[in-house]
Ligand binder design. Structure first.
Ligand code: PLP
Length: 372
C-alpha cells in the first residue's frame, strides 16, 4: 500500500525552489473555486497589478503563465521570433544555451555572443554582433545567470538593442524580487520570471510581461505561433480584456492564490527593502565563507546576492559534502551546473530564505562538514 507523502522540513539554499513561506503555503490550501468565477477574475486582475509593481512596468500584457520558467522562455521566443529571423543570443552560462536552442527550434538563426562562464555579458561584443548582423530583429540575454551567480548589465544591453531597432528578451527568473529590475526604464520587451526563486512561491508558474512593441510584433506576425498553448494571442483572450474572458485552459487556481500571497508579501516589504535585505544577507554569508577559507567564484561587482557561487576547495568531495548537509542538517545547497559541475557550489539566499538564521545555519553546517 502506498501512503501519504510527508516531506521533511528542509532548508532550501540551492538555486531554487527556495523555502516557501508559511503564509504562501496557507494560501495554497484555501478552497478551490472556478477559474471563471467572478471572484477569481478579481484575483487575476490583482495579480496582474502586483506583477506590474514587481516588474516596474505599466505593460498591459503582464501575466503569470501557467507553466514554469522554462515555458516563459519558450513563450518569449515562439511569439517574437518567426522562421528565418536573425536573433543575437548572449551566452555566459547554461540558460543562454537554452535560448539558442529555442531560437533554432523556431526556425530562426541564432548569432551567439559568448562570454566565459562566471563573467557578465560583454556589451562591446553585443555591439559588434549588431554591426555584423544589422538584420537581427531580437537580442536575448539572461539578467541573473543562476548557473554561475553572475548579473549582467541589463540597462546597457537593452539600450544597445533599442539603438539597433531590435526587441529584447530578458530572462529574469532569478532576478524578480531579489535585485533591481526595471522593465520599462530599461526598455525590455519580453521579460519572464519564475515563482520558486526570489518570490519564494511554489514552482510551476512563470510571471511574464510584454511591451507594447512586443505585442505589436505578435499581432503583425504572418506565420502562426508554432505552440498552441503558448500563443499569446490566445492567452491574451484569457488574461486580457476587462470583463470578457474566453476559456483557454484552466488556470492553476490554488497556485495562483499562492502567487498572489507571495506578491502581497513583496509589496508589503517593498521592492527596495527586499533588495537591501538580499544584499545584507549575502554580505554576511560572504564574510562567513571567507572566514572558513572558502573563495567566491565571481567578481564582487557582478555577484548575485541571491545566488552565491563558491569554489569547491581542492581535495573536497563535492557530492559527499552536499549529501551530508542534506542528511545531517536538512540543508540543500546547489551543485555546479554544466561545465561548472564539481567545481562550484551554488548557495541560494532567495526570497523568504534570505535571512540571517539561514546564513548562520549554512555556515555552521559547512564548518562542521568541512571540518574547519
Ligand atoms: C530556474 C531558471 C530557469 C528555469 O525555470 P524553471 O522554473 O526551472 O523552468 C530559467 N532561467 C533561469 C536563469 C533560471 O534560474
Amino acid at each position: 500500500m502506498s501512503q501519504s507523502f510527508h516531506p521533511p522540513q528542509r532548508t532550501l539554499m540551492g538555486p531554487g525552489p527556495s523555502d516557501v513561506s508559511p503564509r504562501v503555503l496557507g494560501a495554497l490550501g484555501r478552497p478551490t473555486i472556478g477559474h471563471l468565477d467572478p471572484l477569481f477574475i478579481t484575483l487575476m486582475d490583482d495579480i496582474k497589478r502586483l506583477l506590474q509593481y514587481a516588474f516596474k512596468t505599466d505593460n498591459e500584457l503582464t501575466i503569470p503563465l501557467s507553466a514554469p520558467g522554462s515555458a516563459g522562455m519558450e513563450a518569449a521566443f515562439v511569439n517574437l521570433v518567426s522562421p528565418g529571423d536573425t536573433v543575437i543570443v548572449c551566452q555566459n552560462g547554461v540558460f543562454g544555451g537554452r535560448m539558442k536552442e529555442n531560437v533554432e527550434r523556431c526556425g530562426a538563426i541564432p548569432v551567439m555572443v559568448h562570454d566565459r562562464w562566471g563573467d557578465p555579458v560583454d556589451p562591446g561584443k553585443v555591439e559588434s554582433a549588431f554591426k555584423a548582423h544589422p538584420e537581427a530583429t531580437l537580442l536575448a540575454f539572461v539578467h541573473s545567470e543562476t548557473s554561475t551567480g553572475v548579473r549582467s548589465d541589463a540597462a546597457t544591453l537593452c539600450g544597445i538593442a533599442k539603438n539597433n531597432g531590435a526587441l529584447v528578451v530578458v530572462d529574469t527568473v532569478t532576478t524578480l524580487g531579489g535585485i533591481d529590475l526595471q522593465v520599462d526604464n530599461w526598455g525590455a520587451d519580453a521579460v519572464y520570471s519564475g515563482t520558486q526563486k526570489c518570490l519564494s512561491c511554489v514552482p510551476g508558474l512563470s510571471p511574464m510581461t510584454f511591451s507594447p512593441s512586443a505585442v505589436e510584433r505578435i499581432q503583425n506576425r504572418t506565420s502562426r505561433v508554432q505552440s498552441w498553448f503558448l500563443d499569446m494571442q490566445l492567452v491574451m483572450g484569457y488574461w486580457g480584456g476587462n470583463s470578457k474572458r474566453a476559456y483557454h485552459h484552466t488556470a492553476p487556481v490554488n497556485a495562483l492564490y499562492a502567487l498572489h500571497e507571495s506578491l502581497l508579501i513583496l509589496e508589503e516589504e517593498g521592492l527596495e527593502a527586499s533588495f537591501c535585505r538580499h544584499r545584507e544577507n549575502h554580505l554576511q554569508l560572504v564574510t562567513g565563507l571567507e572566514a572558513l577559507g572558502l573563495e567566491m567564484a565571481v567578481d564582487p561587482t557582478w555577484r548575485l546576492p541571491q545566488l552565491n557561487a563558491v569554489c569547491i576547495p581542492a581535495g573536497v568531495d563535492d557530492a559527499e559534502v552536499r549529501r551530508r548537509l542534506l542528511q545531517e542538517f536538512n540543508l540543500e545547497i546547489g551543485a555546479g551546473l554544466g561545465e561548472l559541475a564539481g567545481k562550484q557550489w551554488r548557495i541560494g539566499l532567495m526570497g523568504h530564505a534570505s535571512n540571517p538564521v539561514n546564513v548562520q545555519r549554512c555556515l555552521t553546517a559547512l564548518r562542521c562538514v568541512l571540518g574547519r
